[in-house]
Write a protein that binds this ligand. Structure first.
Ligand SMILES: Cc1cc2nc3c(=O)[nH]c(=O)nc-3n(C[C@H](O)[C@H](O)[C@H](O)COP(=O)(O)OP(=O)(O)OC[C@H]3O[C@@H](n4cnc5c(N)ncnc54)[C@H](O)[C@@H]3O)c2cc1C
Length: 416
């Protein structure tokens, strides 16, 4: 791995930036691996890194049908937080937030974590009660959460319309101060570079078209460039999970749909932190480039089209303008979408499958960016030991047979 000392950077500047070493190698796939990971998003990349780093399993390939991070990882709005409702979720997401707090050092790659706080708004007395309950539950689990009255909300986010006559009157909210954002590409590239340095093969433009089984045991994968055999296969393909599962003869309780986001033209610093309104279904932050970053709810019908539709966009924008009337003068610069994998209880599905040697990480839906470090860490443990890590044991596929749901629809809905 290239060292980024002052002199190295100066040398590259003087040589016209033509001699940078690629961050990871481009190699043709081998015929056999101990573990093949399908999907080069954050979840797949982090899993490969922790397999190599923590479990010494380096004969690993990541097969990505497009380019690394080109799925939801490179399309998300980068909100990171651990303020879920149920202990199973909070424990898992808090582990992820803690890993994020040390990630730039761990990977020797600046992931630009900025813990600027996330404020969730209440628009009615009932919602204030619910937020109070929610923040109490989080505090009882030892995680930071603080209720805010209307005056504190005003101080935190002066551009919000906090007047009594607002279309959606704001009564208060609750904030997690350690929540924030990180640079999505950097998270993908940082894990990729670190995994590559430990010997993992990263193979882009390599679509998996079939899962090879003998009896109930996985034997490898079919790709557009031929068969690759493997002792273990891990699926981490987000919105394409049902398609991959079907190749292995399984049906998943996953709905794939479109989630859109957009940015305005860049403006001077206007927003200190993130603001979320679960009721009007929108959330807003400001990127390091100055763009106002806007997200909303997933489109209301299942789709594999990686593009959004106008009604959902208009719905989100009208909500934002009601909350922030001064944004009406901003020009919208870009809009994009990703295909998200939504489970019936809005919680992830991670662990073993009924097929021996086949593992799955899916159901991250609208909120799996924040889960990348812990998802990778716990999925790697599960693959290496063939038993679920204790933090993801409650999130197994078997909960849909037993009925032990972890319903985080309220905390995961628009809150990402
Ligand atoms: C608009 C938007 C906003 C979001 N905002 C947030 C947010 O603020 N905070 C948050 O925590 N989360 C957010 N998310 C969700 C988050 O982005 C995802 O949950 C997370 O990135 C999932 O990571 P992943 O690695 O599982 O999936 P992905 O990053 O989608 O990676 C899966 C990869 O699998 C590849 N693949 C698919 N099929 C095959 C195949 N047959 N063979 C080989 N490769 C294949 C795809 O090309 C893709 O690169 C958002 C998502 C979107 C779309």
């Amino acid at each position: 791995m290239e060292k980024y000392s002052f002199w190295a950077i100066a040398k590259h500047a003087l040589s016209g930036h033509r001699k940078w070493a690629p961050a990871w190698h481009t190699r043709p796939p081998k015929a056999h691996y101990d573990v093949v990971i399908i999907g080069g998003g954050g979840q797949g990349l982090a899993t490969a890194y922790y397999l190599a780093k923590k479990h010494g399993i380096t004969n690993v390939a990541i097969l990505e049908k497009g380019w690394l991070g080109g799925g939801n990882t490179g399309r998300n709005t980068t909100a990171i937080r651990s303020n879920y409702f149920y202990p199973e979720s909070t424990n898992f997401f808090e582990h992820s937030l803690r890993l994020y707090e040390g990630l730039s050092r761990e990977l020797n790659y600046n992931v630009m974590l900025s813990q600027r706080g996330a404020l969730t708004l209440a628009h009615s007395p009932h919602q204030m009660d619910m937020l109070e309950r929610w923040s109490n539950s989080i505090q009882l689990q030892g995680i930071d959460a603080q209720m805010m009255d209307i005056g504190q909300v005003k101080d935190f986010m002066p551009l919000l319309d906090t007047s009594a006559g607002a279309r959606f009157p704001i009564l208060g909210g609750f904030v997690q101060r350690r929540a924030g954002v990180a640079r999505h590409d950097a998270v993908a590239w940082g894990y990729a570079r670190a995994a590559d340095a430990l010997g993992v093969d990263i193979v882009q433009n390599c679509e998996v078209t079939g899962i090879v089984r003998s009896g109930n045991r996985v034997r490898g994968v079919e790709t557009k460039s031929g068969v690759i055999t493997a002792d273990k296969v891990a699926i981490a393909v987000a919105g394409h999970s049902s398609l991959l599962a079907r190749m292995a003869g399984m049906t998943l309780p996953i709905t794939s749909g479109v989630l859109q986001a957009m940015v305005s033209e860049p403006v001077k610093p206007a927003l200190g932190g993130l603001v979320v309104s679960p009721v009007v279904h929108t959330y807003v932050s400001q990127s390091d480039r100055g763009e106002i970053l806007i997200g909303g709810r997933a489109d209301s019908y299942p789709s594999y089209g990686q593009r959004g539709n106008l009604p959902a966009l208009e719905d989100t924008l009208s909500a934002v303008l009601n909350l922030f009337p001064s944004f009406s003068r901003l020009k919208l610069m870009r809009q994009w979408a990703g295909i998200v994998d939504i489970s019936p209880d809005s919680s992830p599905i991670v662990g073993k499958t009924p097929v021996t040697g086949l593992y799955i990480s899916t159901g991250w839906g609208t909120g799996g960016f924040k889960a990348i470090p812990a998802g990778g860490d716990t999925f790697a443990y599960t693959i290496a030991n063939d038993r679920p890590h204790h933090l993801i044991a409650p999130f197994g596929l078997d909960r849909f047979a037993s009925g032990r749901f972890i319903n985080e629809a309220a905390a995961a809905g628009v809150d990402h």
